[in-house]
Each structure stands twice: as C-alpha cells, then as structure tokens.
Design a protein around this ligand. Sequence first.
Ligand SMILES: CCCCCCCCCCCCC/C=C/[C@@H](O)[C@H](COP(=O)(O)O)NC(=O)CCCCC
Ligand SMILES: Nc1ncnc2c1ncn2[C@@H]1O[C@H](COP(=O)(O)OP(=O)(O)O)[C@@H](O)[C@H]1O
Ligand SMILES: [Ca+2]
Length: 573
Amino acid sequence: MEIDSVRVESSVWIGNKRYKALLSGWYFSWTEIDKRNRERKTISVPVSEVIGVKEGRVEIQTQKKVEDTDLDFTLFYVKRNGHGLSWSLGRTQFCCPSRGVRDQWTTQLRTALKTHSPSRPHRLLVFINPFGGKKRGKQIFHSLVAPLFELAGISSHVVVTERANQARDYILKKDLTGFNGVICVGGDGMFSELLHGVIGRTQQEAGVSEHDPTVMLQPCDLHIGVIPAGSTDCVCFATMGINDPVTSTLHIIIGDSQPLDVCSVHYQNTLVRYSVSMVGYGFYGDVLAESERHRWMGPLRYDYSGFMVYLCNRSYPGLVQYLPADSHISSPRDKTRCLSGCRVCSESKERLFPHFDSSSSLYSTNVSQCNSELEGEWVTIEGRFKCVSLTCMSSSCPRSPEGLSPSAHLADGTADLIMVRETNPLGFLTFLHRHTTKQDQFDLPFVEVHRVKAVRFSLPPGEAEEEEEEYEKQADREIQTSAERELEDPEKLFCGNIAGQSQQHLAGWKERGSETSRLKRQGFACVPCCTKPRSVSVWNCDGEILPHTEISCRVHGQLVRLFARGIETSTMQ
Ligand SMILES: CCCCCCCCCCCCC/C=C/[C@@H](O)[C@H](COP(=O)(O)O)NC(=O)CCCCC
Ligand SMILES: Nc1ncnc2c1ncn2[C@@H]1O[C@H](COP(=O)(O)OP(=O)(O)O)[C@@H](O)[C@H]1O
Ligand SMILES: [Ca+2]
C-alpha cells in the first residue's frame, strides 16, 4: 500500500477481479485492472457521499458480518438511480492483500470522511406523524430510515406524535442541546410544525419579536429534514425533485444544507403563520376547506375536493397590493430553473445579509436594514379572482411536477404572486391543467405573475362589509358541518380503521377539528360546495386554513436550512 499526504493507493479485489483502489483528495475510486495489467472501468465516489465503512462483508439490512474475514471491508455510499434524483445505498465489498492493508483503508477512509464532511449530523430529533398521508410514517421510519441512520452512526430520539402541534411545542420548549437537526416523517403540515418550532425558538433566543412585520428575523441554524410520508409532500419534492424516503435520509446523513425562503403572514400587527410553499386564496383555499371534511380519503381528498370546488366555479373580489422584487435579477417568466448550486440564490446571500458577522455567526437585526428590503413602490390591483397565490419556491409536487411557479427560487428572498382573474370554466381548467404539463400556465390572458418581496390582501372597500355580513349569516347556518358530525363520531375520520389507536390520537384530531369549527363559527371556513353564493374565500397557508381574510405577507430570505441540496441536473455514476 502506498500512502502519502494526498494519496492512498493499493491493489484490492472485488469478487475475483483485481482493482486499483485510490483515495485522492475528495474522491475514493476503484479501477478494474485486466489480466494484461491494463486499466478498465473506474467507479469514483466523492468522500462526502460515503455513508459508512465497515470491517468484513456486511449486509445492508442486518448490518451483520456475513463472513468473518480479516481481509475485507465494505463501503456504503450514495448511488444515483435513473436520472440521478433518486438515491439509494450503494455497497461494495473489497478484499485486501493483508489485514494491515485492510485496517489502513478503513482508518484512512474514516479520517477522510471526518475531514471532508464536517457538517454531518450526529444526533437527530425525529417526529413521526402516524396519521399523515397513507398512515405509513412509522413503517417508513423503522424499515427504511432507522437502519441507514444506524449504519451512518447517527443516533436519534424518536417522538411519535399523539396530537397536532406536539412537534412544534416540543421544539419551542424542550432542551435541544446536542441535537444537530430535527426531522419530520409526514407531510407539509408536519414540516410546517417543525418550521414554526425552529423559527419561533430561534427568535425567542435572539430576543426578536415575531409579531413585528418589519423586523429582520434571525436565521435558524438547526437544520430541518423531511422524510416524505404525507399527502402533497411539496417541500420535499420541490427541494429534492423526488419524494422518496431513502433519498431524503441519505441527504440528511451526508449533512446537505439548502437555505429556504420563508414567508411570514401577519394580520395587523400579529404573526399568523409562516409559509414556505403556498399561501393561496380562492380556489386553493376552498379546496383545502372542502378537503378537511374528507380527511378519511387520505391524499385523494385533494383530488376529490379539487373537482368539487372546480364545479362551483367561484371567483372572489379582492384588492391585492405588492412590492415588486428587482426585475433585473430574475423574473417568474424567465424560463430558468432553480437547481442545485443556483447562481441567483447564492448571489442573493450578500444582498439579504449585508451585515453578517462571521465571527459571531450573528445577523444584525437592525430595523433600518430590514426596512431597506421593504423599500420600493407598492402596486395595487383590484378585481375578481379565481385565485390569488403566493409561493416562495416552485411548489412542485407529484400532482404538479413543474409546480405553481416553475421558475421560482428556493433561496433568493422573493416569492411569486400569481393572480388568476375571473374567467370561464374552460379557461380556468386550461390554467389548472397546465400545472400538470410543461405548458406555460402564465401564458393566458387572465393570469398575471409577479416576483415580489411583500404582499397585502384586502377586500375592496364598500363591497367588503356588505359581503362579509352576508357571508357571516351563511356561515352561522353552517356551524354543524359534516366535519363536526364526523368529529362527534371520530371513527369515521379514519374510515373505520381505528382499532388499536389511542384516545389521545383521537384527541389530537379532535383538537384540529374544533379549531376548524371555531373558524367556521367565525365565518372563515368553507361551507359545503355550491349550495350557496359566497363572496369571501379562505386562505390556505401550507395546508392550514388561516383565521383571517385581510393579511399581509413578507418574504424572509434564507431564513431556515433543510438537509437538502436543491434539484440536481442529471449526474449519473
Ligand atoms: C386538471 C388537473 C388539476 C390539477 C391542479 C394541480 C395544481 C397543483 C398545485 C399544487 C400546489 C401545492 C402547494 C402545496 C400545498 C401544501 O402545503 C398543502 C398541504 O399539504 P399536506 O400537508 O401534505 O396535506 N396541500 C394542498 O393545499 C393541496 C392543494 C391541492 C390542490 C389541487
Ligand atoms: N398525532 C397526530 N394527531 C393528529 N394530528 C396530527 C398528529 N401529528 C401531526 N398532526 C397534524 O396533522 C396535520 C397533517 O399532517 P401531515 O403529516 O402534513 O399529513 P398530510 O400530508 O396527510 O396532511 C399536520 O398539520 C399536523 O399538525
Ligand atoms: Ca424564493
């Protein structure tokens, strides 16, 4: 074996073939040597993508040695499948000429791993929503995720949630010392809980008021990981290009880091919620409100409700004001894509954090800095809309592989405002259908899209009071909705599949249900489709119904970090 400060090299065997193994700089590679000593095919793995090195011949699932030998070691690494977005665990067994050489390889590889991957997590806090999506969260974690964490030497503390907001409250209140990240196994709603916990805690610790809509929020260090097990899984899909638990787990293990823009939603001077995917009024709000009554359908509830709400053919009056972003940097119709290593996003960092103090890793929360982000001329648009949506990222998901706004950026400090004016049913169907194809959904006469830093929505003066009064009356008659009736008989929520679930689980759902009915009493939530005229819709904020109609939204560039790297272009091994 040859070792110098930058290279380690030796002959090894894989099966009955001889190879030259080489560790050089950032890469470990092995090249087949044929019988005439000529070099053949090389496989090269970046050290940063090595998952683990084990002595002996080790199986993936059991991690047990299948044969006790002093000469072998097994390398586990990231393997790209298909177009490269889907990752799986690669495994290669190497046989060395002597035990000494084997021990040197394992030592050198482990040292290289520490040097080249300093930001890997060692301890993670994991929250599993047992009821998200198709209710397979626990199974996904224990069969696919936990064995990989163990292989990579990551320890985890697992909390299976028993009620809504348990994960958020845990992050806000408990001691998180020693954790390098928080992970959710669930959908966008579960991600949103972690988002609120992490942002809230960071602001508490930094002494920043989340309610002040003009304040510069403190960016969060604690990384968030998403193992998709929900209904839409938009956050996962839009940051990785795929919804696959193993791919997500591998991104977490290697400590990938992707900054993400977050939109804060305020009602007057109170923070209502944060959003990363969609704040949507009109169609998307109505779909969500309708879908809550059909939760028992699982992910299909959105397709069913989408169809029902489409048939209602509603449009709503509104006054939209927005603060445009710098159109010289990028535009929602520039046909570009935010991909891994995106130039627009990396160049945004300096603009977003001009006073970053690298010695303390703190960002000055100077209000004047923040106000400079809020400088510019507001634009006002009034009309009747089928929907008004704001998205900080593309919001691509399996239902819409290109997303709500295909050219939006994950971390540029802007969001895209999409306004779809009142149109005929066929026109709106064309708009919706284009979300499922590569056709431009903005190339329609009744659609407007703008890249923005902030948005305000209100009901047009005059019309507002009259219509809200009428809506309040309608909503009062709807207090006893079918959702409530289902909650009185919670087994229906789970489609009869309730055996073995604790009362506490039901209480969690009940808490959500009573929140929904409280909103209904206030006249904010949806009433059964099509039966009555309505002039006020609701806001869908990452899958939660907001309790206010008149809101203001502001984008906070790169506020949180995910264990992800953005969507990679094809990089086959
Ligand atoms: C004729 C075909 C029409 C197809 C229309 C497709 C449009 C899809 C746009 C999807 C945007 C998704 C934005 C993400 C929203 C999620 O945060 C939210 C909650 O997800 P989860 O917690 O996983 O349940 N999902 C939704 O609001 C569902 C919207 C579905 C609209 C049809
Ligand atoms: N144990 C639980 N019981 C009831 N609700 C829960 C529980 N754990 C999490 N939740 C809530 O369920 C909502 C939906 O969860 P999510 O994982 O996003 O699934 P889905 O994608 O199917 O909507 C989230 O908003 C979360 O707050
Ligand atoms: Ca953005």
